[in-house]
Design a protein around this ligand. Structure first.
Ligand code: MLT
Length: 395
């Protein structure tokens, strides 16, 4: 008889965003007269930049003609897309070799797969609150999670501490869900720790486009020694509106060696075995998004999301609700009122204000009593949510 993966019993029944979606859908089915406003999952609402749409149309036309048709893509990415990533790093003064860039459909897919490079006995430090897939994908593989709690006291930016024992470390800066962002000096402490302990950092850079503070690094490779210890995951989902289009890349430096093996070579072996490459159409779209013009056009959307953040932040100020974030990231992280736990507040806010957010405890135990609002809604939904919040809190 086949044996199933027993580690699944270490997971909660539902993934966080699946659970919030189900609860919202159940509510809507029971109250068809109510209109829910969604500030939950960080899903973009503004269309792709015109240069991206143009590139997609051109790529479709190429697929229609025998002389320009493309079959299988290279497993690791087309040269033009890898070069677009390299150029994007060069804008920040970071030098990456095209062979270190692995084009993918977005961070979600690679987060699940990259664990395949590491043995199951490794201990996995997750700087929490954190995107729940960091822990869940490792729990599925039977790894032990070492939560590193972010708290109000440490500004949600915990640093390595004496006695910390882990071999893999997940960091996301600017952080989802708190919006906290490590300075260069703080991130350097993690890089130094990882090199000293021969650990590996998985750095999620999904929110780098939202950084406004010049003291905050956009890539971990801005830090000295990071090429020797860090893998960086990047996505166009939030920066260029690709949540429904899909494109990202993972950087595995050739200088990242553990137990005498190159992780870059191992990842080449993994990807060339486990994938058939990323759609040509999407790589053309991704490369267009990373041109100067593509970045310029996307900045207009980022400005709209930033304005949403300001509106929600000033609303929370008026309601005297304590919150963090919104400056270098598209999320606001707020204290649940009246000592409510995260899920109680989720239900209460949905029932009484018709607003769907995300319960903080879904990002780790230290998120209990906290809540997250996404700033990716349309300005109209954000304005209505702000009005409903004022009334909910009696402000
Ligand atoms: C979030 O809302 O935390 C994420 O954006 C959802 C995702 O990327 O899957």
């Amino acid at each position: 008889m086949i044996r199933i993966n027993s580690y699944y019993s270490n997971l909660s029944d539902n993934f966080l965003f699946y659970e919030t979606k189900m609860r919202a859908e159940r509510f809507e089915a029971a109250h068809p007269e109510r209109r829910l406003l969604r500030l939950g999952i960080g899903d973009v609402t503004l269309p792709l930049a015109p240069v991206v749409i143009e590139a997609l149309h051109d790529a479709v036309d190429e697929q229609a003609r025998p002389e320009t048709f493309h079959g299988y893509m290279p497993e690791l990415g087309k040269d033009f897309m890898k070069q677009a990533a390299v150029t994007n790093y060069a804008r920040r003064g970071v030098r990456i070799d095209p062979e270190e860039v692995f084009v993918c459909y977005g961070i979600g897919d690679d987060l699940g797969a990259i664990g395949g490079l590491f043995a199951s006995e490794n201990r996995v430090a997750v700087v929490e609150p954190a995107y729940p897939a960091y822990a869940d994908t490792n729990l599925m593989a039977g790894r032990t999670i070492v939560p590193i709690p972010g708290t109000e006291e440490n500004g949600f930016l915990p640093l390595p501490f004496p006695g910390l024992e882990a071999e893999l470390i997940y960091l996301c800066s600017p952080n989802n869900p708190t919006g906290a962002a490590y300075s260069k000096a703080q991130l350097q402490a993690w890089v130094d720790w990882a090199n000293e302990h021969q650990a590996v950092i998985l750095f999620d850079a999904a929110y780098e486009a939202f950084i406004t503070d010049p003291a905050v690094p956009h890539s971990i490779y801005e830090l000295s020694g990071a090429r020797e210890c860090a893998i960086e995951l990047f996505s166009l989902s939030k920066s260029a509106g690709f949540t429904g289009t899909r494109l990202g890349y993972t950087v595995v430096p050739k200088t990242l060696i553990r137990e005498g093996r190159s992780l870059q070579s191992m990842w080449v072996r993994n990807r060339s075995t486990c994938t058939n490459g990323v759609s040509y159409l999407l790589q053309r779209a991704g490369a267009a998004a990373l041109t100067e013009e593509g970045l310029r056009q996307s900045r207009a959307s980022l400005g709209v999301y930033r304005k949403n953040a300001q509106i929600l932040a000033s609303t929370l100020d008026r309601c005297a609700i304590r919150y963090f974030g919104g400056a270098n990231a598209p999320y606001l992280w707020l204290r649940c009122p009246e000592g409510m736990d995260s899920w109680t507040f989720f239900d209460n806010l949905m029932e009484n204000a018709g607003i769907v957010g995300t319960p903080g405890v879904g990002f780790g135990a230290c998120g209990e009593g906290w809540f997250r609002f996404s700033c990716f809604s349309t300005p109209a939904v954000t304005a209505e949510a702000a009005a409903r919040l004022l009334s909910y809190f009696g402000a």
